[in-house]
Design a protein. Structure first.
Ligand SMILES: [Zn+2]
Ligand SMILES: [Zn+2]
Length: 280
């Protein structure tokens, strides 16, 4: 039976492991199907494909698009082609916006007396520079105990240094992924802080735009697995899951973490695998 972990981040975005290292952890956790889903970049995919091949693991190329409206919604795209010219141009544009935002937020922190080497942080970061890099630098400099504290006190929404991202509708990310032959999935609905009366109609609207699945088995949904599982199946959406591994810290999951509670992991992993193949 397949043991899937369909959500993790590499050094191509804000994770601490290279795609090669991720494949090693995947194998060690006895996961047999995995997907690397970096934020707004596909640059880790070629290395992940090689690493999966070397270790005899099943692999689905993925990406996680951060959209921004009155709430940040993440859309996973499975089966993306890493050399797709339209998606590449789209992510390049997002990268320019990310760099601008990182610099503005960094400058605001410096203004407040936090000494941060912005250029060094940028050059040692992969693509997809973002707030997690600032958070880790704040921890490294001893200003906060951990990255969660950095978000709460300094760089989260409502903090002085916080700068909102440019607007990008989740339905636009969904339709773009569909157009490019990928399978769009709503990531970790448990992290979307809308009341359920607002979230459910939104999911319906995204489904009209082409959404094909919901990431039910994510650590953030832990208390509501049964509810999301039922809801996805009632709406004929694929059920997916993954740890959202970044760096092994308590704020994110550990590889393979969601499999024990995910009784249909084998079938659901296979169903996604098939959906990706059909779209390709
Ligand atoms: Zn996410
Ligand atoms: Zn993620």
């Amino acid at each position: 039976m397949m043991r899937p972990d369909l959500h993790m981040h590499s050094t191509a975005s804000d994770g601490t492991c290279t795609p090669y290292e991720l494949a090693r952890l995947v194998q060690r956790a006895d996961v047999t199907l995995f997907s690397v889903t970096d934020h707004d970049t596909m640059t880790g995919i070629p290395e992940a494909i090689d690493a999966a091949y070397e270790r005899g693991l099943a692999f689905i190329p993925g990406v996680e698009i951060s959209t921004e409206g009155d709430e940040e919604v993440h859309i996973l795209g499975y089966g993306v082609k890493y050399n797709d010219p339209v998606l590449t141009a789209f992510f390049d544009q997002m990268e320019q916006e990310r760099i601008k935002r990182f610099r503005t937020m960094g400058k605001r922190l410096i203004e407040q007396g936090y000494e941060l080497p912005l250029d060094n942080i940028m050059s040692s970061a992969g693509a997809s520079i973002g707030r997690p890099h600032l958070a880790r630098a704040l921890v490294a400099a001893g200003y906060v105990q951990n990255t969660q504290e950095a978000f709460q006190k300094l760089i989260g929404k409502g903090c002085y240094a916080y700068v909102p991202r440019d607007y990008l509708a989740a339905s636009k990310a969904v339709s773009l992924l569909r157009e490019r032959g990928a399978v769009p999935v709503c990531a970790h609905p448990g992290l979307i802080r809308w009341p359920i009366e607002k979230l459910l109609p939104m999911i319906k609207a995204w489904q009209d735009a082409g959404l094909m699945g919901i990431e039910v088995y994510h650590p953030a949904n832990k208390d509501n697995y049964a509810m999301w599982d039922r809801l996805a199946r009632e709406r004929r959406l694929l059920v997916t899951g993954g740890s959202d591994y970044h760096d092994g810290s308590p704020g994110h999951g550990l590889i393979g973490e969601t499999i024990p509670a995910w009784r249909t992991a084998g079938e659901d992993g296979w169903a996604l695998f098939q959906a990706v193949r059909q779209k390709n």
